[in-house]
Design a protein. Structure first.
Length: 131
């Protein structure tokens, strides 16, 4: 899944990036379409995700990162992903569910902010089911 808008207020974007090259493409899209937005990144990773390569690229675009575990067998638990991200970027929070992530976003996202959800197709689909 590529860069796609799923909601307007707040602006919600989903993307299936799972490697460094795709993260760079996503970062260019964020710069192009949301240059002035404060972004909350919701990120779920699988064992195939290039976390070390993606972290500096994705986190450079976010005011904070919320990690979740995608609903797939080869998922990385949210606390494990948060621990890896935290080595490069300190503003990260691990949550138990997308519903919890959504609740946090509703409390911290400014009116003109955006939510960027990155992960496998199952995670993106689950996000679209709850928004």
């Amino acid at each position: 899944a590529g860069f796609g808008k799923v909601s307007v207020k707040p602006l919600g974007i989903v993307d299936g990036a799972d490697n460094g090259e795709q993260a760079l493409r996503l970062a260019l899209d964020v710069d192009r379409y949301m240059p002035e937005k404060q972004i909350v990144l919701i990120w779920g990773a699988t064992k195939a995700t290039e976390i070390e390569e993606m972290t500096p690229v994705l986190c450079s675009k976010a005011s904070c990162v919320i990690t979740v575990a995608p609903p797939v067998r080869n998922r990385i638990p949210s606390f494990d992903l948060a621990s890896q991200v935290m080595q490069q970027y300190p503003a990260v929070t691990a949550v138990d569910s997308l519903e919890e992530a959504k609740e946090i976003v509703s409390m911290i996202l400014p009116k003109d902010g955006a939510v960027l959800v990155v992960g496998c197709e199952e995670l993106l689909s689950a996000w679209m089911d709850i928004i």
